[in-house]
Design a protein around this ligand. Sequence first.
Ligand code: PLP
Length: 373
Amino acid sequence: MFEELRPQFPILRNRIYLYSCSQGAFSDAVEEGMNRYRESWRTSADPWQDWMGAYEDLRRKFAAFINAAPEEIAIVTSASAGINPIASALSFRQRDKVVMSEHEFPTVGQIWLAQQARGAKIRFLDHPATAECYAAAIDERTAIVPLTQVSYLDGFRADVGEITRIAHQRGALVFLDGFQDCGTRPVDVKALDVDFFVTGTLKYLLGPAGLAFLYVRRELIEKIHPVVTSWMAQRDVFAFDAKRLDPAPEARRFEGGSPPVPNIYMALPALDLLSRAGLDRIASHIETLARTFHEGAREMRIQSKTPRASVGPLIVLRSKDAPAMAARLTERGFVVSSRRDGVRFSFHLYNSLEDVHAALRALENNLDLMERE
Ligand SMILES: Cc1ncc(COP(=O)(O)O)c(C=O)c1O
């Protein structure tokens, strides 16, 4: 469907790229963004003025991308840097429980575990955690439910709508981690009704590492008083008054220091590329690839860790030795990754049905390393 875009991703000339769950493919558009940054640094008479323009431009574009308002977006350097200011500002006095799946990305588990020192009590749910599992665990003592939209380990998709409904009914907040989904289909944080949303640019948003976004629902922003802060998080950034702490009334109050300007320049064209391609079209393309791949693996009786009904983007197949299998695929020209006993096959707009068939052929020739039914 996106054949015309493939030449814009140089690595696709030499490799079959099924690695977007780790890092999206580098594009000419992103290279152009790097060049623009270099030129601005080299030639601008007022570089910080230009860079602050790009930074606000990115905030507006990302806000539109997830149907939020720009003031609800903080630009940060990692998902962790977005979650920490919220976790460290919550009081665990009235409500001390944090309920999450054991399949959260490690940083999420670790950030909330660190809050045990401030009174948080962490409850991990066994995987796969259905909405019923959350319903049984969330109660009037629950402060927050950190929730991964798509598991990085097996592509399992959480029932965000139902879990959020249950959490809110019981007065708990929901913090959605969209890192393994955002960029593959439309995201509407208002329709999802979550309180916080975090994602980074390096995977399906096709940007670099070192840049992430935190969304905070408007009504919550000023009720949360960050204890992790910076000069860039103040109401008037250019007041330059070390004796005054006056956090911005926008989500910017959760930001760290000087923004990651080079990364911002790279992320802007990547977001434009995705928006121009159309998130609905991207979602339906990914679904076709994921379903075809899953079906092919099923015909070979390879065990899948991902539920059969998956629409992608991540399909994980069980291997007897996943790192060895990933190494064999690398030798055959693929870019893939493995986690624990799973080999991860991740699909994005630049992948084609030929990529899917090539991956299936490679599996067929290496069945000795795959777990079969
Ligand atoms: C689901 C998920 N959350 C978070 C992260 C990364 O967090 P951070 O940006 O803090 O490194 C990743 C991947 O690296 C991820 O897959």
